[in-house]
Each structure stands twice: as C-alpha cells, then as structure tokens.
Design a binder for this molecule. Structure first.
Ligand SMILES: C[S@@+](CC[C@H](N)C(=O)[O-])C[C@H]1O[C@@H](n2cnc3c(N)ncnc32)[C@H](O)[C@@H]1O
Length: 305
C-alpha cells in the first residue's frame, strides 16, 4: 500500500508549493544520508514540510509544536487513535454527502456551532469528535482555511464544493504512521530550545509579517506575530546555532511591498544566509488577486561543508 503522507488540513501559509525550492537548500549532511536524527517544526500548522520530509527521509524523532491547541489536538488524536477518527469522520461524510445543497449548508453551520462549543469550553475533551469536526469543517468551509475571530472561535463560512472528500482514509492512515515517532505538543516556539541538540534540523515557519495593510495571514490565532516576535525568534535561532543545530526559517519578503524594507536582511545578516524564493500567494483580501511574490529562506549553514 502506498504510504506517502500529505497535510490532512489546508492551512494558511502552507508550504506545499515551496518544497521543490526548499529541498535544494537542505543541509548536505542530511541530503547525503537521507537520515535526520531529530527534526523540529515549532510552527507546524498543516505540516507540509514535515510530511514531505517524512516521505523522503528517515526521521528518527520528530518534534512538532504549535500554539494552536486545535491543530495540535488533531495531530495527537490521529497519532494515538486514528481508527476512532476515521469512524467519526466517515459518519460525518456520509451524512453530509447524502444531503441536498441547502441542507448541507445548515448541517455545516450546526457542526461549526458544536465545534465552537468545544473551543469555548477551552478544555481538551472529546478529542475524537473534535478532530473529526475540525477536518470536516476544513474540507467544506469557504477556501478551506482555519480562521478564528477575536474570541478564538472558528468563523469561516460554508464553502460550495460539489463532492468534497471529507474522509481521506488512505492519507489519514499514512499520517498516523508518520506521527508514531513524533512528540506533539501545544507550545510556544521557544520551547524547542530545551530539546534541540547538535544533530537537530529545525525548520521555523512563523506567521508572516503582513505584506499589505489588508492581508490577514496572521489570524490563525488570536495574537498576531509582529516585529518584536520576529526578533524574539531570531534570538532563538542564535541560541540554536550556538548549540550546533541546523536552522532554516521562512517568511514572506517585505520587499514584495516595499523594496526598501530590509527588516529581515538587517535582522539576520551577516551571520545567516538569505535566499529569495518565488511563491504564488494571495496578495490582498480579495481571493481572486493572486500574484508571484518572493519568500525569504534564512539558514545558518553553508550548502557545502
Ligand atoms: C505560517 S503557519 C505554518 C504553516 C505550516 N508551515 C504549513 O505548511 O502549513 C504559522 C503557524 O504558527 C503558529 N503560531 C503562531 N504563534 C506561535 C507561537 N508563538 N509559537 C508557536 N506557534 C505559533 C500558528 O498557529 C500557525 O499554525
């Protein structure tokens, strides 16, 4: 059976389209051996880079963190109890697909309310149902995103898909397999400092600095990720570098909007190397307007040792 895993959620800022460029910039010691002793992704989100790496490399132990409790609960539940998630998700899919369009919409909003009741309770309970609901809402909502309002409640409206695949059983089983050697915790990114060592590869994909006054890519959680947070992250990169870890960090390039904005260049140079990668991304709040922009990739190592 094919066991390649891919993200089970669509996630804002997902790195799927950058993998072919990131792959050429990985540290040569890992590329040569196809082995990574310890892999850290402290802003894991949808995990596009982790899943790609786990298909291509032998990762002895992965450490996946995110501050978003919902996404972390979903990862943990798929790791620990995938068959229960599949049962629950299959039930939701069967009911949904049997309904005519208008009733699907009503079903969607009822399930969204049920899900938000779990979030509002802010305790980690009913994890199987919660995970199944999160996946179902992600596959049927507008634009397939996870966005919350100022109270932390999921507020994406219904999306009009003909026949969405809600329960991708083969992928969820593959994801379950890839998560068996993973420590998965709801943590602030700085926590990884306690676990990293000189054999570690750390990939940081923090929320972006907004690239236009209307872009709202920082709304995965209640708090944004402003410059002081980006600076705190750079200090963490410095600590990890001293420990001998290989560190990669991606972000949107502020020069897409203002060619004079050298925020990241000033922050990371001269100790770090910065590459600029091409990406296609929503460039304002209108989903129709997409354009080619650049992302930066910062690394603390040379490509040839
Ligand atoms: C750009 S997204 C990551 C996308 C991911 N690379 C992917 O492919 O889907 C940034 C993530 O950082 C998380 N986050 C925001 N602030 C954080 C913090 N202080 N510590 C850890 N995670 C945080 C958000 O919940 C979000 O999932």
């Amino acid at each position: 059976m094919k066991c390649e895993a891919k993200p089970f959620l669509k996630w804002a800022g997902g790195k799927g389209q950058l993998i072919s460029q990131i792959k050429d910039l990985l540290p040569s010691e890992f590329v040569k051996t196809r082995h990574i002793e310890k892999y850290f992704e402290p802003f894991v989100g949808g995990g596009a880079v982790f899943f790609w790496l786990s298909n291509e490399y032998k990762i002895r132990k992965a450490f996946l963190y995110d501050i978003n409790l919902e996404v972390i609960t979903a990862y943990q539940t798929i790791r620990d109890n995938v068959s229960a998630v599949l049962r629950e998700l299959n039930k939701l899919e069967n009911v949904y697909l049997d309904l005519p369009r208008l009733k699907r919409e009503r079903f969607y909003y009822e399930r969204r309310e049920e899900y938000n009741d779990f979030i509002a309770g802010s305790v980690k309970n009913h994890v199987v149902r919660r995970t199944a609901l999160m996946i179902m809402l992600n596959k049927t909502c507008f634009n397939g995103l996870f966005r919350v309002n100022s109270n932390g409640l999921f507020n994406v409206p219904f999306g009009r898909y003909e026949n969405p695949t809600i329960c991708d059983e083969q992928n969820l089983l593959a994801v379950h397999g890839k998560l068996q050697n993973a420590e998965i915790e709801c943590r602030d990114f700085e926590y990884c400092v306690n676990k990293v060592d000189s054999k570690s590869l750390v990939y940081f994909d923090p929320p972006y600095r907004p690239i236009s006054p209307t872009a709202s890519f920082t709304s995965y959680i209640k708090n944004g990720f402003a410059d002081p947070e980006q600076i705190r992250l750079k200090k963490v990169c410095d600590k990890l570098s001293i420990m001998g870890a290989k560190v990669i960090l991606s972000n949107s390039d502020p020069q897409n909007v203002n060619p004079d904005d050298k925020f990241f260049d000033n922050l990371f140079k001269p100790k770090y190397r910065i590459d600029r990668l091409k990406a296609t991304r929503m460039i304002n709040c209108n989903a129709e307007r997409r354009g080619t922009i650049k992302e930066i990739l910062v690394r603390n190592y040379a490509l040839k040792d």
